[in-house]
Design a protein around this ligand. Structure first.
Ligand code: ZN
Length: 118
């Protein structure tokens, strides 16, 4: 029998609920670990502008949050990030299963930045 994903990750960006996805545990050697919850904070104003809590659907336990340093929409990027973006190109599991509303949001953030660069 195929194993079903056990962890539910929700996406709350700028205070707005943008959906949820299911995730598998991370296999490390012989053990399965719950994927981390994620929090995105701005290094300029210290706002936590997005949170993506991950809940174990069997125990209802929320994983500890992992912080990511990305400027909010109001502050300029210094290191080439897209301000207000939760996109993590190095994390294929994360970006492959984003809810549709999050993908739409990400597209809009990228387009805003490209417009500013014109
Ligand atoms: Zn900021």
């Amino acid at each position: 029998m195929a194993k079903l994903p056990r962890y539910k990750q929700e996406f709350i960006i700028k205070g707005k609920y943008l959906g949820a996805t299911m995730r598998y545990g991370k296999q490390v050697h012989e053990e399965t670990h719950a994927p981390a919850s994620e929090a995105f904070f701005c290094p300029v104003c210290a706002a936590v502008w997005a949170i993506c809590p991950t809940t174990d659907t069997m125990t209802q336990q929320v994983s500890d949050f992992m912080p990511y340093r990305v400027p909010c929409e109001q502050h300029d990027t210094r290191w080439g990030e897209i301000p207000g973006s939760i996109w993590k190109p190095w994390d294929k599991d994360f970006i492959a299963t984003l809810p549709d509303d999050v993908v739409r949001y990400e597209f809009t953030q990228a387009m805003k930045l490209f417009k500013e660069l014109e």
